[in-house]
Design a protein around this ligand. Structure first.
Ligand SMILES: Cc1cc2nc3c(=O)[nH]c(=O)nc-3n(C[C@H](O)[C@H](O)[C@H](O)COP(=O)(O)O)c2cc1C
Ligand SMILES: CCCCC(=O)C(=O)O
Length: 383
């Protein structure tokens, strides 16, 4: 894949370039959301309903984004969300992403539906970087257990249980495009599976099942807080992070059932259409969590000031998915590095211009909400 001559200077540039480069069905799979895509659009639009209240003359000659995530030092609160099939974007796939995140120094969550075996992805990283494994629980629990054992052995330091996808959302563009991944790609995490789930290893092996059906048929939609989390707890000592929480009620349950952190997410608008945008759901969850559990968010983050707004509303870290795919499509590892560098540079500049020298200084005093409802939920200023 050739890098186009336009010099990308922001994530929107990378998005335009990726659209030109990628086959239209891949583009559709990566960028679309569920149904009418209200949530997909709102994830981005909602950020614009929060405006910043910058502080001046605060000696911003030195700005640092060092923080802690799940108790471990990170160079930046900007992290990478789990995304299926990076090799659709670039042949180097998840290894390229892993190297890019390692140079950035934060957290990469690897999707179960990686096109590179989990061992190879973490081996491309470094000890400074945290690797968490994203998990779907299958009806055949032995498949999930085997993945967990491999993730533990390889050095992944947490499990991210995606809870917003008991079934795959209805993505109209994928149905129209009859999207199915190309046969040369493999979901490498399943290649050694000794169970009947191994049939997914070449994605569309039989050709008579759509990608969504494959997922829907194998996933365990009966999973519950009581049984599901207890089962996970009984088989692993790794911290469990739940991804896809949008309410205070579920935040309470996550804490009750011993989860270590929460990712506020609507799966990039790809599951239930019509939910709150992630950034709008965040204040309610931060308030419910009340410092008992770390809260992260993803969905619609495309600029450094989006990151600042999410941190100001109480997120400990922020994850991006599509921007990484755009970077990969543009230029493999260098492209993924560029995605992270552009956002990191914007974050640092935004912090300086807002009068924040450290991540701790990014507080709710920075936020002016144009959204009356959200205003009531904004946590009290830190400063
Ligand atoms: C192409 C694509 C594949 C995804 N695959 C997964 C996945 O395998 N597991 C998962 O938990 N979330 C998956 N997600 C959801 C992301 O982790 C994340 O919640 C969301 O996309 C964040 O929004 P953003 O793309 O606006 O940054 C996927 C998202 C995209 C766009
Ligand atoms: C069966 C694919 C699951 C990946 C995923 O979560 C997504 O496409 O949103």
């Amino acid at each position: 894949m050739q890098a186009t001559p336009i010099l990308p200077v922001c994530i929107d540039d990378l998005e335009h370039i990726a659209k030109d480069i990628l086959p239209s069905a891949t583009w559709g799979y990566y960028t679309s959301g569920a149904n009418h895509e209200q949530t997909l659009r709102d994830n981005r639009d909602a950020f614009k309903r929060y405006r910043l209240r910058p502080r001046m003359l605060r000696d911003v000659s030195k700005v640092t984004t060092t923080t802690t995530i799940l108790g471990k030092k990170a160079r930046s609160p900007l992290c990478v969300a789990p995304c299926a099939m990076h090799k659709l974007a670039h042949p180097d796939g998840e290894v390229a992403t892993s190297k890019a995140v390692a140079s950035h120094g934060s957290v990469m969550i690897l999707s179960t539906y990686s096109t590179t075996a989990l061992e190879k992805v973490i081996a491309a990283g470094n000890p400074e970087t945290q690797y968490w494994f994203q998990l779907y629980v299958y009806k055949d629990r032995r498949v999930s257990e085997k993945l967990i054992r491999r993730a533990e052995a390889a050095g992944f330091s947490a499990l991210v249980l995606t809870v917003d996808a008991p079934y795959l959302g209805r993505r109209l563009l994928d149905s129209r495009n009859k999207f199915s991944p190309p046969p040369h790609l493999r979901l490498e995490n399943f290649i050694d599976s000794t169970t009947d789930f191994s049939s997914i290893d070449s994605l569309e092996k039989s050709g008579d099942e759509t990608f969504g059906e494959t997922f829907g048929n194998r996933g365990d939609a009966s999973l519950s807080w009581e049984e599901g989390i207890a089962w996970l707890r009984s088989i692993t000592a790794l911290p469990i992070i739940v991804k896809g929480i949008l309410t205070a009620e579920d935040t309470e349950l996550a804490i009750k059932h011993g989860c270590s952190a929460i990712i506020v997410s609507n799966h990039g608008g790809r599951q239930l259409d019509g939910t709150l945008a992630s950034i709008d759901a965040l204040p309610e969850i931060v308030e419910a969590a009340g410092n008992r559990i770390e809260v992260y968010m993803d969905g619609g983050v495309r600029t450094g000031t989006d990151i600042i707004k999410a941190l100001a509303l109480g997120a400990q870290a922020v994850f991006v998915a599509r921007p990484i795919l755009y970077g990969l499509a543009y230029n493999g590892e260098d492209g993924a590095r560029l995605t992270l560098r552009l956002l990191q540079d914007e974050l640092e500049l935004g912090m300086a211009l807002a009068g924040c020298r450290t991540i701790d200084e990014i507080g709710s005093h920075l936020i002016h909400s144009l959204h009356k409802q959200a205003c009531n939920n904004i946590p009290k200023p830190k400063l």
